[in-house]
Write a protein that binds this ligand. Structure first.
Ligand SMILES: CC(C)(COP(=O)(O)OP(=O)(O)OC[C@H]1O[C@@H](n2cnc3c(N)ncnc32)[C@H](O)[C@@H]1OP(=O)(O)O)[C@@H](O)C(=O)NCCC(=O)NCCS
Length: 331
């Protein structure tokens, strides 16, 4: 938890990268028993991007990072730490952040991953704030990269519909004016971990021919249960972050919620009593891209010229763990 204080961190620049290949709902109709109509009405998704066979999370993350650095007017030498939030790392070890460091030729700055599900970008920002304000780092490259389609069971209509691939990055540094992260609220509930998880491939169930034959390396999700928790927790997080910042619902210019399902996005907007134009949504074109969804939303709003200095933004996420968090931010 963090209340509004004088010193804060800000986002200096953002960038994102999505693979070229588009998978539409009509493509999915040919793969499983589903329909464009069902998918749009239940999720709001029309299409999603799919990484190629030879692309790993760090490949997307490196491209997103280059774009973020360019938009920040900086070079690789100007950053001193890389944090990657991902649940779909290139390799279990070393970390994806180390692969990104190699890709960017950012020798020898520290680099590490955090695994927080879809909430990872916000947890990363919170961590970055501590590191920057205590003097450990000056400028952090915070990345959210996810290739969930690599662990998707394309024969299971209950789980293969929502997810897409993407990476997004932000350069974080101490704010020198009134802008920046005003407050945050973060929580987790490990008791509910098995409602959304990848059972095999770790030390609980190591990868064997048997685990693969049983499909245990695929993402498993009890979608309807996750949905109910997401609606409840995202509403809670947004309201708590606002309270910690000393702000009211009426002060919010934009809500950027994690893009898991348009019905969750709308429910969270209603909880804050916001009109639809203040609730950012791009789920129709990318699907659920996990940790990348919030920084992509932020980037698109900035690129479209919609963010004005002083705007109050609430970023709000929920993900595997379960984890949930919200950040109140002044642009
Ligand atoms: C996954 C999700 C889209 C499923 O939508 P839903 O409305 O909850 O659907 P349900 O799982 O209750 O299933 C309802 C029915 O639709 C069917 N169904 C499920 N997927 C389907 C699909 N792709 N196409 C057609 N029918 C489908 C189910 O089999 C079920 O049929 P039944 O009633 O005959 O048993 C939705 O639960 C969701 O978005 N969950 C939240 C995910 C999330 O928040 N993640 C956050 C962290 S990433």
């Amino acid at each position: 938890m963090k209340e509004n204080t004088k010193r804060r961190i800000k986002i200096r620049g953002t960038g994102f990268y999505v693979p070229d290949k588009i998978l539409t709902n009509f493509d999915l109709e040919k793969m499983v028993d589903t329909s464009d109509e069902w998918i749009i009405s239940r999720t709001g998704i029309k299409e999603r991007r799919i990484a190629s066979e030879d692309q790993a999370t760090s490949d997307l993350a490196v491209e997103a990072s280059r774009r973020a650095l360019e938009n920040a007017g900086l070079e690789v030498k100007d950053i001193d730490l890389i944090i990657v939030a991902t649940s779909t790392p290139d390799t279990i070890f070393p970390s994806t952040a180390c692969w990104v460091q190699k890709g960017l030729e950012a020798d020898h700055i520290p680099a590490f991953d955090i695994s927080v599900g879809c909430t990872g970008f916000l947890y990363g920002m919170i961590l970055a704030e501590g590191l920057i304000l205590n003097g450990t780092s000056k400028r952090i490259l915070q990345i959210g990269g996810e290739l969930l389609t690599k662990v998707t069971d394309w024969k299971d209509r209950n789980t293969c519909v929502p997810f897409g691939d993407a990476a997004a990055a932000a350069v974080l540094e101490e704010a020198d004016d009134e802008s920046g992260m005003l407050s945050y609220y973060w929580k987790a509930d490990g008791k509910l971990g098995n409602l959304l998880y990848q059972p095999a491939g770790g030390t609980r169930i190591p990868a064997t021919s048997q685990s693969v034959a049983q499909g245990l390396h695929y993402l498993k999700m009890k979608g309807n249960d996750v949905f109910k928790h997401a609606v409840k927790r995202m509403g809670e997080a947004a309201l708590e972050a606002l309270k910690l910042a000393g702000l009211n619902k009426e002060d919010v210019d934009y809500l950027i919620p994690h893009q898991a399902n348009v019905r969750i996005i709308e429910a969270t907007g209603r909880r804050l009593k916001l009109p639809p134009e203040k609730v950012y949504s791009n789920i129709h074109k990318y699907g659920n891209v996990s940790v990348a969804s919030i920084p992509i939303g932020l980037h698109e709003l900035w690129e479209e010229g919609q963010l004005k200095k002083g705007n109050i933004i609430v970023m709000d996420a929920f993900g595997a763990g379960f984890t949930w968090a919200a950040v109140a931010y002044r642009w």
